[in-house]
Design a protein around this ligand. Sequence first.
Ligand code: ADP
Ligand code: MG
Length: 303
Amino acid sequence: MLKVKNISFSYNKTPVISKVRFEIKPGENVALIGESGSGKSTLIKLIYGQYDLSNGEIYWKEQQILGPKFNLVVGYEFMKYVAQEFDLMPFTTVRENIGKYLSNFYPEEKQQRTKELIKVVELEEFADIKVKFLSGGQKQRVALAQALAKQPEILLLDEPFSNIDNFKKQSLRRKVFKFLKEQNIGCLVATHDKDDVLGFADRVLVLDNHKIIADKNIEDLYNNPKNKLIAAFFGEYNYIEPFGFVYAHQLKIVENSKYEAQVKDCYFNGKNYLIEAVYQSESIFIENENKLNTGVYISFEKK
Ligand code: ADP
Ligand code: MG
């Protein structure tokens, strides 16, 4: 169990993390979301022991995580961290990079584990290519596999799929998060991408203004966004007096209702159309199956 107990931290004098507390159970997938600059990467680095805390304590099971002042070599066997900027050996192959920390005393296990991880991150074709020839996204996948090699108990991931193109992203996410669940590896995933969260996170922490403003299971957070930061994270949303926060897909266009608006724009979004309409002189967004023309008057309701 990871226990983050009331921690605070400042770079020089500027506070970045203030009285943050939460826990992560073994094997649990926890997402850490927040705007760019909200302190996600800093919080992850604090948990890894990269900086000294101003206040509070962090534990994994019975072991206290200490900063560089008290622990000369940053990092622990049971906890691995994949940074936004990753650190690989460019002149050696993907296979060698991934196996780097595995013991040569067990060559068969080493070979087997390396092979398994290459498959998880979908780099079979590149196993014997030198890392310097890889794209940013491929390097990110090598770093991920390297962190998993010695089976940590908890993994800290900072924007783990940010450099990976859309063609690969979804299948890679499924493979990696499934692998973590199977091996009972807990993870904390800092992200600003809802697709890293939906379908995978057991719980979500929302970081805003140096603090955790929500710590909820994913369904609760999604279904009852309590502010516009949370609503905006998940998609196109509105704040309409009688309904509170409603997503564009939670409104529908009907024949008659007391809520009337005028169509301003219409965007094809793949699944259907996103209608931008003016309601009480403000823009609102409604998802609709059909295309609508600018200027048309519509009535809408909450589904
Ligand atoms: P996020 O990962 O959510 O984008 P960061 O943790 O990277 O946020 O940054 C949080 C705040 O701390 C930002 O205002 C950033 O400019 C500042 N910051 C980050 N790293 C440093 C550093 N090494 N020194 C001073 N300020 C920093
Ligand atoms: Mg960051």
